[in-house]
Design a protein around this ligand. Structure first.
Ligand code: ADP
Ligand code: MG
Length: 221
């Protein structure tokens, strides 16, 4: 989806919002509405935003989706688990010093982990800074328990996931998520990458809820 060019819209660090504080682009709104229906019975609360490689728009879509859901009175937390390429801290202008890694190491309490953003009902948990071995973090019992807590404290838990083709981190995230949204970027992601990623996701038991095509300009190339 392309950012809408409209003089009433403002773009701040990749988050689009209009001046009266409502959500904006049709694409993000549609995605938000789809998710509201998908989670009507509360069974698709933890959503993993995944794509083949980096730079396809995962962080941007996670952020815009969270802001949109927040405006519908849903309490949302976005968790940055793309340890090799964290981006939520920049988008929301928050510190990534203490996040999931420090929580697992016992250096930050659960109560202090989610950071309240300037957007209504939107909280962010960063990956943190002490990341030596991401798969050790992701397989730990404390990590699984963290997701159980988030599940009971929030209406939506959005995981900004590591991409499929760079590491195996995405596999561990499938285990804590209810479903996956698969992103591909128009003009960048190749058919082979998409096919390979979908194969990997399916092989590892992902429940693919839908797909998001980013940066589509309406043309066929
Ligand atoms: N729809 C869009 N239009 C223009 N630029 C975008 C769009 N979506 C993302 N970007 C930019 O592209 C870059 C990569 O996006 P990002 O969300 O960080 O991808 P990922 O998290 O998959 O690595 C960022 O600089 C972001 O601001
Ligand atoms: Mg990212």
């Amino acid at each position: 989806m392309a950012f809408k060019k409209n003089k009433d819209l403002e773009l701040k660090n990749g988050i689009v919002y209009n001046k009266v504080g409502e959500t904006q682009t049709d694409g993000y709104d549609r995605l938000k509405d789809n998710l509201l229906y998908l989670n009507a019975d509360g069974k698709n609360k933890v959503i993993q935003m995944v794509s083949s490689i980096s730079g396809e728009g995962k962080t941007t879509v996670c952020a815009n989706l969270a802001v949109g859901l927040g405006l519908t009175e849903k309490k949302v937390v976005v968790v940055d688990l793309d340890f090799k390429s964290q981006g939520l801290n920049e988008v929301f202008n928050i510190s990534a010093e203490k996040g999931v890694a420090e929580y697992i190491l016992g250096q930050v309490e659960y109560e202090n982990l989610p950071i309240k953003t300037e957007y209504e009902n939107v909280f962010v948990i960063t990956g943190g800074s002490n990341i030596y071995n991401s798969s050790l973090i992701l397989v730990s019992e404390k990590f699984k328990a963290l997701f159980e807590k988030l599940r009971s404290d929030y209406d939506y838990v959005i995981i900004d996931s590591a991409p499929v083709l760079n590491s195996s981190d995405f596999i561990h995230l499938i285990k804590v998520a209810d479903g996956v949204l698969f992103l591909a970027r128009h003009g960048k992601t190749t058919r082979n990458q998409i096919a390979e990623s979908v194969k990997e996701l399916t092989k590892n038991g992902a429940n693919i809820l839908g797909s998001v095509f980013t940066r589509y300009n309406g043309k066929n190339n």
